[in-house]
Design a protein. Structure first.
Length: 126
């Protein structure tokens, strides 16, 4: 089973809204919509693990953290994201990191979902 973290991204929300419209107009049934969402979960986790190779460094003050059900949650304040030439500062960031250990690999991969809590940086590519 894939993590459902990415359903709350812009892409995931758009997909859910589209599926809801199709259900309301009775073009698909709710079971098919659920299958589409499950496939989305698998595909987005796989794509991010295999295709994304950009690196972003970030630094901030740790506000809170917790580890529950193999999921780490961190809340950082006054965070700076640095890419090669870009610098973006945000007031607060929530990071949810899940164990994404691959069945074919012996290394641990972490699927990191970063929620920027400041609207003007929603389009910052991470």
């Amino acid at each position: 089973m894939a993590y459902q973290l990415y359903r709350n991204t812009t892409l995931g929300n758009s997909l859910q809204e589209s599926l809801d419209e199709l259900i309301q107009s009775q073009q698909i049934n709710p079971q098919l919509a659920l299958q589409v969402l499950l496939q989305f979960d698998k595909a987005i986790n796989s794509a991010l693990a295999q295709r994304v190779r950009n690196r972003v460094n970030f630094r901030g003050s740790l506000n809170t953290y917790r580890f529950c059900d193999n999921v780490w949650t961190f809340v950082l304040n006054d965070v700076e994201f640095r890419e090669v030439t870009d610098l973006v500062k945000v007031d607060k960031v929530k990071i949810v990191a899940c164990d994404g250990k691959s069945k074919t690999s012996s290394i641990f991969l972490f699927s990191v979902y970063v929620l920027l809590l400041q609207n003007k940086f929603n389009s910052f590519p991470l």
